[in-house]
Design a protein around this ligand. Sequence first.
Ligand SMILES: Nc1nc2c(ncn2[C@@H]2O[C@H](COP(=O)(O)OP(=O)(O)OP(=O)(O)O)[C@@H](O)[C@H]2O)c(=O)[nH]1
Ligand SMILES: [Mg+2]
Length: 427
Amino acid sequence: MQTTTYDTTPEENPRAILVSLVTDEVKRSGIDPVYSLDELVALAETASVQVLTTLTQNKEKKDTKWFIGKGKVQELKVIADELGANTAIFDQELSGAQVRNLEAELDLKIIDRTQLILDIFAQRAKTREGIIQVELAQLSYLLPRLSGQGGNLSRLGGGIGARGPGETKLETDRRHIRGRIDELKRQIGEVEKHRTMQRQRRKKSGTVQVALVGYTNAGKSTLLRELTDADVYVQNQLFATLDPTSRMLELPGGREIVLTDTVGFIQNLPHNLIAAFRATLEEVNEADLVLHVVDASSDMLSDQMKVVDRILEELGAGGKPQIQLYNKKDLCTPEQLELLPEDEQNLRISAYDKQDLDKLLNRLQEELTGGTVSYRIPAARGDLAAQLYKIGEVISQEFDESDILYEVRLHTGEAEKYAHLLEDYKL
Ligand SMILES: Nc1nc2c(ncn2[C@@H]2O[C@H](COP(=O)(O)OP(=O)(O)OP(=O)(O)O)[C@@H](O)[C@H]2O)c(=O)[nH]1
Ligand SMILES: [Mg+2]
């Protein structure tokens, strides 16, 4: 797939050198720079970039003008000439001035990690909501980076207005972008309203929500598809899913819940992107239970889990009941498998293994079912009996004079929503 945001003609696919600068700050951040660069390669390939080689520099601090050291810039120039590169992609975020300086000196297209991720999102966005969110993130990234030449605007594919009388092009561009950002925010406000309404409706109906979250490529969409036959996009690539998809799922006891697939997370997920996707990510906040899907075969398993936990915290969903699903166990070595916990909160599974899916469904059934409670309800109160069927599974009923004695296995979620109505009839 050809990206739309590179200034390359279709004949000239991006041929890139990937560059990482390991500063003291990067070391302190706890992100493994080698892994981060590997991930950048995967991201670039996802965006149809041909990766020629990688280049790393260790340096105390970044260079204000060039980002990497001046000597390294020259080295990059020689390598780019030798390999016929037309693009350099940096693993850390660059300032607008650094991009311009490097572009002028190297005659290469200069892109950073954030921009690459934004590009991939732009390629993937299919729904109106996704498209608005990505454009907002792109413009928020671009605005502080606009140069005097206004050259960066071409990356947006035009459409942004003409020069006003007596104004510099830069100011006009900025004004138009701000206007567009306001408009997109307004549209997102509408999306948010719509989603809130949808959620309220679901809440009213008392249906339990379960969200699949996790690092990109962990297997969330595969699980949704295997569990519900949903027609969702599954790909061995990063950020295959952008828009949340929800499906009904029937648990072994016959109860139906809603299962939602969400956008994958990645370390250094651009802040603009999280902000823009907040409306979508709110789905996670509404969930009664979070299923954290992990690629158990990844060498970076624990780092990936930390990233997901951190983003969940940021979204305010850190305290939600959570079950870890160690997925892709079929790809794990025996040593890897041995390290994985397996108990109530941690399941080892393969999304393609029917038995594992049954194990997961049974676990969900347990997790979403509270204890059993007995009620004595007057036989005339059909309205109350109807409530009982909402809060759980009625496992027995028995007439006792003018009352009926019920035994109910509570559904967590619904039980909390309706139990107060029946409080007085509890035995
Ligand atoms: N071998 C194996 N492959 C799996 C398993 N689960 C998922 N996959 C593969 O992993 C890749 C990613 O799966 P997706 O379901 O698209 O992953 P995702 O978490 O939805 O990814 P994003 O949407 O990018 O965040 C696909 O190639 C799947 O076929 C598993 O249990 N075993
Ligand atoms: Mg997916």
